[in-house]
Design a binder for this molecule. Structure first.
Ligand SMILES: O=C(O)c1ccccc1NCC(=O)[C@H](O)[C@H](O)COP(=O)(O)O
Length: 210
C-alpha cells in the first residue's frame, strides 16, 4: 500500500518527513487552509525532494493558470482537486502534463455513480470525509460506504487516519484501495508533522507490507 503525508509547510519538517520515505507528499495551495504553505516553502525545498517521492499540489477551485504556474515552480507531479472542479476542468489540468487526483467528500448517502464521469480524465480518486472544510477535517467516515465503489480508478483513502485508528486502517480491504493519506492526526500544529509519531506509523505500515 502506498503512503501519502499531506499538508507539509515548513522546510526542516519537510526534509525530516521526506527522510522517512513516504510515497507521496502533499502541499496545500489553498489560502483558506490552516496548512496553506504560502511563502513558507520555497520551490527549491520541494523540487529537491527525492525523485521517487510524488509531489502533490492540493487545490480548491483554483484556476488552470494558477495550478500550472504552481506546477512549474514547484515541480509538481499531481494536482489534487478538492473543490467543485468539473470533469472538463480535470481534463484541462491533465492536458498540462500533471497527474490528476480528484477528491470527493464522502458521507452517508454519497452517490458513487457521481464519480463515473471523472474516471476517464483522472489518475486517482481520493475519498475523504465530508465535513465543514474542503479537507483536513480530522475525522474518519464510515469506510463501509466504499463498498459501493466498484472502480475503475484506484483511490487514496483520507480523513482522520492516524495512530489512533491504525489497526482499523490496516484491516481495511478494498480492491481499488491504492494509498493511505495521513494529515492532521500526525500534527503538533497545522502543517507541522510530529516526526517520531510519523516514523512509528510508517514503520508499522511498512512492516505490514513486508
Ligand atoms: O488539509 C487541509 O487543510 C486541506 C485544506 C483544503 C483542501 C484539502 C486539504 N487537505 C487535503 C488532504 O489530502 C488531507 O490529507 C485530507 O483531507 C485528510 O485530512 P485529515 O482529515 O486531517 O486526515
Amino acid at each position: 500500500m502506498k503512503i501519502k503525508v499531506c499538508g507539509m509547510r515548513q522546510a526542516g519538517n519537510l526534509a525530516a518527513i521526506a527522510g522517512l520515505d513516504p510515497d507521496f507528499l502533499g502541499f496545500i495551495f489553498s489560502p483558506k487552509s490552516a496548512r496553506y504553505m504560502g511563502e513558507m516553502l520555497e520551490p527549491c525545498h520541494v523540487k529537491s525532494l527525492p525523485a521517487h517521492i510524488g509531489r502533490i499540489g492540493v487545490f480548491v477551485d483554483d484556476t488552470l493558470a494558477s495550478i500550472q504556474a504552481a506546477s512549474i515552480s514547484f515541480g509538481l507531479d499531481y494536482a489534487q482537486l478538492h473543490g467543485h472542479e468539473t470533469p472538463a476542468f480535470c481534463q484541462q489540468v491533465r492536458a498540462t502534463g500533471l497527474g490528476v487526483i480528484k477528491a470527493f467528500a464522502v458521507g452517508p448517502g454519497f452517490d458513487f455513480s457521481s464519480v463515473a464521469a471523472y474516471a476517464p480524465v483522472c489518475d486517482y480518486f481520493l475519498f475523504d470525509t465530508k465535513g465543514e472544510l474542503p479537507g483536513g477535517n480530522g475525522q474518519a467516515f464510515d469506510w463501509q460506504l466504499l463498498h459501493a465503489y466498484q472502480g475503475p480508478l484506484p483511490f487514496f483513502l483520507g480523513g482522520g487516519l492516524g495512530p489512533a485508528n491504525l489497526s482499523e486502517v490496516l484491516a481495511f480491504r478494498h480492491p481499488y484501495l491504492y494509498a493511505f493519506d495521513f494529515n492532521s492526526q500526525l500534527e503538533t500544529a497545522p502543517g507541522l508533522k510530529d516526526v517520531a509519531r510519523t516514523r512509528d506509523l510508517l514503520t508499522r505500515l511498512h512492516e505490514q507490507a513486508a
